[in-house]
Design a protein around this ligand. Structure first.
Ligand code: BV8
Ligand code: ZN
Length: 252
């Protein structure tokens, strides 16, 4: 591990962006591994408002399968891995003003590893939103258990519930907060993301324009690998603990 990128100055301010790759070793398939497919549907054809308007049951089946895998898959239970836990150690040492975590993932593994105030720019599997009154609630219960079950409805009004997830063509959450943290970060670190989906994939160029030091951690080189100052290849459950331990051992 070259020393160059394991020393953080005392006033370092980090923005960390994670993608599906950090949850891969916890047993959650990445989008590329499933080459963007689910039950022979392209994700871009299921994860859209048009798909939900056309066939809400199909879209609910797609999200329920992933909700069940997170919380109810007994035989191979899905748990956070050493990569998630290394980020918790880093965030706890640096504090919220110097370490901002924004994730593209809709799973709750960062939270279950002990990470607080995670920015879920693409929403969360645990949350549902009413399509009428817009109320957002947390639930891990099984919604629409089988094909004959009715579509889940709001407790407050007759509205149909949708996943509180940002679909293709919808604007990600917290874009102002993310832009603000990016505008004054000294380090931008992207972990387990292929750099394909925008606007998340554009954060690296923004950080470079800011003159921040940029680091990429991924199993395979992402599309934008040439834009990183440092690229560390390998599984996050190994590369992240190694890097975080090196950084924390050098920080006073
Ligand atoms: C928007 C929630 C307007 C849903 C998601 C044409 C060209 C360019 C852009 C577009 C275009 N047409 C349309 C667009 C815009 C579109 C887009 O970017 N499309 C892509 C397909 C080209 N974007 C949008 O629609 C966005 N909205 O643009 O609105 C706007 C925006 C701003 C301001 C004004 C207006 C909304 C996009 C959000 C969609 N929702 N998620 C759900 O989960 O069901 S996206 C979803 O896919 C994820 O959240 C994530 O963002 C993306 C998957 O990417 P990754 O996380 O990177 O995962 P991937 O599998 O690709 O890669 C895994 C990586 O991990 C690999 O590098 C691999 O090597 C590595 N890895 C694997 N194992 C490990 C590992 N690394 C370490 N350790 C391991 N063990
Ligand atoms: Zn409602």
């Amino acid at each position: 591990m070259p020393v160059s990128h394991t020393s953080l100055p005392a006033d370092a301010r980090l923005v960390i962006l994670t993608g599906a790759g950090i949850s891969a070793e916890s047993g959650l398939k990445t989008f590329r591994d499933s080459n963007g497919l689910w039950e022979n549907h392209r994700v871009e054809d299921v994860a859209t408002p048009e798909a939900f308007a056309r066939d809400p049951r199909l879209v609910w089946r797609f999200y329920n399968a992933r909700r069940e895998q997170l919380w109810r898959d007994a035989e191979h239970s899905v748990e956070p891995n050493a990569g998630h836990r290394a980020l918790v150690r880093l965030a706890e040492t640096l504090g919220p003003d110097r370490c901002f975590l924004v994730t593209q993932n809709v799973d709750d593994l960062h939270e279950r590893a002990g990470h607080s105030d995670v920015c879920h720019m693409h929403g969360e599997l645990i949350k549902v939103r009413c399509t009428e009154c817009q109320q957002v609630t947390d639930t891990t219960e099984t919604l629409m258990a089988d094909d004959s079950a009715p579509l889940p409805t709001c407790q407050r009004c007759p509205g149909i519930l949708r996943p509180h997830i940002v679909w293709f063509g919808e604007i990600p959450f917290e874009m102002e907060l993310i832009a603000r943290r990016l505008s004054h970060c000294t380090h931008f670190i992207a972990i387990g993301t292929s750099g394909v989906v925008y606007p998340a994939a554009g954060f690296l160029a923004q950080a470079n324009r800011m003159g921040a030091t940029t680091l990429g951690f991924s199993l395979d080189p992402p599309e934008n690998v040439g834009l990183f100052d440092h690229f560390i290849q390998g599984p996050a459950s190994q590369t992240l603990p190694e890097w975080v331990d090196a950084v924390l051992s050098r920080s006073h």
